[in-house]
Each structure stands twice: as structure tokens, then as C-alpha cells.
Design a protein around this ligand. Structure first.
Ligand SMILES: Nc1ncnc2c1ncn2[C@@H]1O[C@H](COP(=O)(O)OP(=O)(O)OP(=O)(O)O)[C@@H](O)[C@H]1O
Length: 646
């Protein structure tokens, strides 16, 4: 049993249904230490044969047997491993990866071995030293001569220490001097005990080997040993694996660096979509926050005032308008409702006096949670026996120093009717507890104080409204309001009227959310455009890198690794564009907030960590989704066609 055997290899190419037989039943055996030249005219099927031996082509009949093991039954993965571990390819047109340096070109093959990073680098340098390129390792392929390029290819072919070197017209593109040197290197490889198979149509090149096999009309016409084969060397193949994900990430970065300008443009393009999404979200937070802040500073949206819904004729009847225990208990039972408290208001007939100055109060009410403590600019909320004044009223009593009234005693008068329906004037000396803004505060006293003032003239008051507070978020206000609206009176009208801004705030927030969503949709469309751009760019990248894909497959990279290569590139496009977008959005936020700060004293653009995380994730996910089709196409490319891609 020979080391490598070919059994009745037949191969035809098809144009439509017409078969063009190229190899018509080849039987050959090779041993390690042989330097075999396959000689034949152009178009005779030499490359076809090399692709079959090299595991690039499995579409043939017959069998290739290595060390007694047939390649026929190998899975794609096993063939990948065979190319990585057993075969080293050398091509007529070198097939180096143009955006990688000499050292990196050799490293690509070594990255598929189990050697450590340091060992890989040492081996790459050692091999390049052997082929006389020690000083050129940092150069790119286009900075090398043809002979030098082929030496890099030889170093790369030897990297994983394969047992078989397949060289397809290795000197075809070289002058005689370089041809001589390359042949010496190949001869050296054979003396190390490896099987070297070269393809040539030059008799001179063929004469260099230990054996010449002549291929004529798809068959072996001559098989001649011209020298003794070399000694078989020690078998010490390196164990290998396909390109790891870290390696594809690194390669993607290198490729992006090589096409830097184009990639910067793509990243800018993709960043615009993410930028607009982050800006929209930040602006949404800011605007909503600002509006809520404005409303909350004026009113308490969680406080509601509830009064009876009465007709005009009923409005003068205290029994009709008073809120009874039954009403209050009903309200108390509603979910999220707390602190149902009595309230009383009087419209007209109220007056305040300090010395000789008087002030008429058109609307007087009991202090309740709808009056914000924040509205009290000086002093405090009224306790029993105290009164809170609006600045307007206070100014009527002391124009120059309205705040000096705080702590002073003033007299409160109220005209009303007693139980006998006779007009009486109630009066009470009260201490001014504080001064409040007229628009948000109210001249007010506690319910107890109000009740006591009436009680002094034996008049019993009943609450003509109640206040309640809604617990939790402002979103709970609307359901409470809706529940209250369901109560009907005997005329099937709503039994209560509700005042409070909570429901309005909630509705407003709904509208803001709607506006934000509309803007986010527009941002989403720009994201879609970015995604389409990434798809197009990656397709272009796949066709530009077709040759590289072929080279990587020939070196033994799996389909999965090729797919990962493009996913890696998409990942970086997504990552970098999100970083750029975040930077731009933060920059815009800084400027917008600086301007807003001086105008409305509020951070109008609030980009929270969640928005940033969302931006990064969306950007990467969209890029990866965009890469699905191009990466799939790259992985499905036929290695032989890719290698011959011009
Ligand atoms: N993919 C293909 N489809 C159809 N015909 C093909 C294909 N590849 C090669 N052939 C044909 O098969 C024949 C053998 O091609 P191959 O490349 O193996 O020849 P070769 O001996 O290596 O030639 P050269 O020395 O010129 O490189 C040629 O006639 C070629 O046109």
C-alpha cells in the first residue's frame, strides 16, 4: 500500500447536458519523499487533478486513498481538516491575501493550528527565514517581487507541517533565476521526507523532480522515475482546528483597517440611524420630563377634588350639594384612593381686616392637597386657628411688605345666613401662617377652623367637596376618575364632578409617547436604510474578497469560519457605528441642554444608560441581520471557483 493512491479517477465538466471528460481513469501511487512532476499540455486536466488530490473537489468518480483511508466518505469538515493538516497548496499566481503582511499571510495558516500564539509567531518567522524573507515580513504582497511572493506562499504551505505539498505551476510566473530558487526550495521540502507534487508544462521544471508523470488526453501516458526518492521523514503533523472566532474577529479588523476610508464612511452612514434613534429617545425622555416637571411644580396631579354634580336649582340647597358619609365611603373603597378629606368653599361674602385696611376675598376654601405646599413662597400651610393668604390679598393689607403679615393676627369676616335664614356675620381672629402664589395657591384655612367659625353662630356646615389622593404613579389617576364617573344619580347623570389635572397629565403623556413613537419610527426608517447599506457593502466585500475566501478554504478554513469572517466585520460595523452614534448624540445633548438650561432651566435631552445600551444592541443586531445573506453567500462559494476569480 502506497502513501497516496489514486484509483480510476474520472472527471467530466458539463456544459448544459454535454459532458467534457477531462480525466479518463487515472491510477497513480505516490510515496513520501517523492518530488513528482505532472507534465502535460495546457488544458490537459492537471489543475483538475490537483484539486481532487488536494480535497478541494469531491465531484469525481474513483477514489483517493491516503494511508489506506479513502477520501470518498469524508464529510466536508473532514475534508477541511485534510486540507489544513495534510495538504499545503502553492499556486502559480501565489494567491496571497493582499491586505495582510507577509508575516500575517503565514500566520493565517498557523492560526488554524493548536500552537500557542508565541509558537505560531516563532514558527512563521522561522519559515520565512528559511525561504530567505526574514527582512520582508512587514511588507504587503504588492511590495514584493514574484519570486518573493512565491516564497511567502511556500512558507505558508509549510506552516501547518503538511505531508503533501501540491504546487500548481509554481514557477509559471517567474523568471529563470527565481524558478531555479523555488525549485530548490521544493526539492528541499521533498528531502525532508514530504511528498511534493508539482504541475508543469515545462520539461526543464519537470526534470528537477525525482519522477515525471505525463498526462495526455486525460490519461497517464508515461510514469518515469528519474531519481531515487528521498528518505521518509518523521511524521509530526501539527494538530489543527478551523479559524477560531477570535481569529476571524482579528482578520475582520485587519480588513477594515486596510479599507479604512470606505469603512469609516460605512460606519458614519450606519451611525446616522442609531444616532437618530438615541436622540429621539433622549428627547422623548427630556420633553416628557420637562412637561411633567412643569405641571407637577404647579399642581399635584395625584390629588382630586370631588363635588356633587347638581343642577342650578339644586346648587343653593346645602343638603343636595353636601358630600355625605355614604359618598366618602364609596370613594374610599376605590383602588389606589387614600386620604378622603372634607373640604368647604365659600364664594363671596368673605373679608379680611388688619387695622383699618380690609381685603375682600372672592373665593375662600379649606386647605387641601390640591394646594401645593410648593406654592407657599413664605411661611407654612395653615394649622388650626391660622390662615394662608395669597400674595394678592396680603398686598391689599400691606402693600409694601406683604410678607411681614406672617405671624400677625388678622380678622376674618364671613357673611352668611343662620339656621333661621337670617343674615349674620361670622368673625374670627386668625394668625397668618404664610403667603402663597396666587395662581397655584389659595386663601385657605383648615376645615376644623372653618367649621369652628360657623359653629360659633350655631351653624353646622357639611363638606361641599372632598379631596382624595391617588397613590402610586399619575397613571393610576385616570382609572380612579373613570370609576367615579360610573356613579349615577337618580336622573342617570354622573353623580360627581371631578377637578384635578392627573387625568390630563396622563393623556398628555400618552400624546407625548405617541409623538416620540412617530419620531422613533422615522428613526427606525433611517435604521433600515443603514441596514440596507450594510447589506450592499457586505455583498461588495464578499465579491471583492472572493479570492481570499478561496484561499482560506484551500488552507482548510471551514464554511462556518468564512461566515464568521463576515459576521465579525458586521459586528464591528455595528459596534463602531453605535460608539460613534453615542458620541454624536451625547455631543448634541450637551449642546442642546446647555442652550435649554439657559432658556427653560431643564435638561431637554436626557440620554439614559438604557438608551445607550439599546442603541448598541440595536446597532449590532441590525448589522448582524444585514450580514446574514452576504455571509451565507460567502460561505457557500465554491473554493475552486473562488480561487480562479479574477
Ligand atoms: N469549471 C469548469 N467548467 C467547465 N470546464 C472546465 C472547468 N474547469 C476547467 N475546465 C476545462 O477542463 C479542462 C482542464 O482544465 P485544467 O485547468 O485542469 O487544465 P490544466 O491542465 O491545469 O491547464 P493549464 O496548464 O493551462 O493550467 C480545460 O479544457 C478547461 O477548459
Amino acid at each position: 500500500m502506497a502513501y497516496l493512491e489514486l484509483h480510476d479517477i474520472k472527471k467530466s465538466y458539463y456544459l448544459g447536458n454535454e459532458a467534457f471528460p477531462v480525466l479518463k481513469g487515472l491510477n497513480l501511487s505516490f510515496e513520501q519523499g517523492e518530488f513528482v512532476s505532472i507534465l502535460g499540455e495546457s488544458g490537459g486536466g492537471k489543475t483538475t487533478l490537483m484539486n481532487i488530490i488536494g480535497g478541494l473537489d469531491s465531484n469525481y468518480t474513483g477514489d483517493v486513498v491516503l494511508n489506506g483511508q479513502s477520501l470518498r466518505h469524508d464529510t466536508n469538515k473532514q475534508l477541511d481538516a485534510y486540507r489544513r493538516q495534510t495538504i499545503g497548496f502553492i499556486f502559480q499566481n501565489f494567491n496571497l491575501i493582499s491586505h495582510l503582511t507577509v508575516l500575517q499571510n503565514v500566520m493565517v495558516s498557523l492560526e488554524m493550528t493548536t500552537l500557542t500564539r508565541k509558537q505560531q509567531e516563532d514558527r512563521a518567522r522561522e519559515l520565512l527565514n528559511q525561504v530567505g524573507l526574514a527582512e520582508h515580513i512587514k511588507k504587503f504582497p504588492n511590495q514584493l517581487s514574484g519570486g518573493q511572493k512565491q516564497r511567502v506562499a511556500i512558507a505558508r504551505a509549510l506552516a501547518s507541517d503538511p505531508e503533501i505539498i501540491i504546487a500548481d505551476e509554481p514557477t509559471g510566473a517567474l523568471d529563470s533565476q527565481n524558478t531555479q530558487e523555488i525549485l530548490e526550495l521544493l526539492d528541499q521540502i521533498a528531502t525532508d521526507g514530504k511528498l511534493v507534487i508539482t504541475v508543469t508544462h515545462s520539461q526543464t521544471v519537470a526534470n528537477y523532480g525525482t519522477r515525471i508523470v505525463r498526462l495526455t488526453d486525460g490519461q497517464i501516458s508515461e510514469d518515469q522515475q528519474i531519481k531515487q526518492p528521498y528518505q521518509v521523514g518523521n511524521e509530526n503533523e501539527l494538530s489543527t482546528h478551523t479559524l477560531k472566532f477570535t481569529a476571524t474577529l482579528k482578520m475582520a479588523l485587519e480588513n477594515m483597517r486596510y479599507n479604512l476610508k470606505r469603512n469609516i464612511l460605512i460606519i458614519i452612514g450606519a451611525a446616522i440611524g442609531i444616532f437618530s434613534v438615541i436622540v429621539m429617545l433622549g428627547l422623548g425622555n427630556g420633553v416628557q420630563g420637562y412637561i411633567n416637571h412643569e405641571i407637577y411644580s404647579q399642581v399635584n396631579p395625584n390629588a382630586l377634588q370631588i363635588a356633587k354634580n347638581v343642577s342650578d336649582s339644586e346648587s343653593a340647597n346645602p343638603n343636595k350639594i353636601s358630600m355625605q358619609s355614604k359618598d366618602k365611603n364609596r370613594l374610599r373603597k376605590i383602588k389606589h384612593v387614600k386620604n378622603v378629606a372634607d373640604g368647604y368653599y365659600v364664594q363671596g361674602g368673605s373679608q379680611l381686616r388688619l387695622g383699618r385696611k380690609t381685603a375682600a376675598v372672592s373665593f375662600m376654601q379649606t386647605f387641601n392637597p390640591t394646594i401645593l405646599k410648593k406654592s407657599i413662597t413664605k411661611g407654612s400651610a395653615p394649622k388650626n386657628g391660622q390662615i394662608l393668604l395669597t400674595k394678592e390679598i396680603a398686598a391689599k393689607l400691606n402693600k409694601k411688605h406683604p410678607y411681614s403679615l406672617i405671624g400677625k393676627k388678622i380678622t376674618f369676616y364671613q357673611n352668611t345666613l343662620n339656621r333661621q335664614k337670617r343674615p349674620v356675620t361670622l368673625s374670627k381672629t386668625l394668625t397668618v401662617s404664610g403667603v402663597a402664589k396666587a395662581n397655584t395657591g389659595s386663601t385657605s384655612m383648615t376645615y376644623q377652623t372653618m367649621k369652628a367659625i360657623y359653629q360659633a353662630k350655631k351653624i353646622k356646615i357639611q363638606p361641599n367637596f372632598v379631596t382624595l389622593e391617588v397613590t402610586g404613579s399619575v397613571k393610576n389617576v385616570k382609572p380612579v376618575q373613570n370609576k367615579i364617573k360610573t356613579y349615577r344619580n337618580s336622573r342617570h347623570k354622573q353623580q360627581y364632578t371631578i377637578t384635578g389635572v392627573g387625568g390630563f397629565v396622563d393623556t398628555l403623556n400618552t400624546y407625548i409617547n405617541l409623538a416620540v413613537n412617530v419620531l422613533a419610527t422615522i428613526a427606525g426608517i433611517s435604521l433600515l436604510v443603514s441596514a440596507i447599506m450594510i447589506i450592499v457593502v457586505l455583498y461588495i466585500s464578499v465579491s471583492e474578497r472572493t479570492k481570499e475566501i478561496g484561499i482560506l478554504r484551500a488552507l482548510g478554513a471551514s464554511k462556518g469560519s468564512i461566515r464568521n469572517l463576515f459576521f465579525s466585520e458586521a459586528f464591528f460595523i455595528g459596534l463602531f457605528s453605535s460608539i460613534l452614534a453615542i458620541g454624536l448624540a451625547e455631543g448634541l445633548a450637551a449642546v442642546a441642554n446647555h442652550i435649554a438650561q439657559s432658556g427653560i432651566h431643564y435638561q431637554i435631552m436626557q440620554i439614559v444608560p438604557g438608551n445607550i445600551l439599546f442603541g448598541v444592541i440595536v446597532s449590532i443586531v441590525i448589522s448582524l441581520l444585514a450580514a446574514l445573506a452576504p455571509a451565507g453567500k460567502a460561505a457557500r462559494l465554491d473554493p475552486i471557483e473562488s480561487l480562479s476569480y479574477e
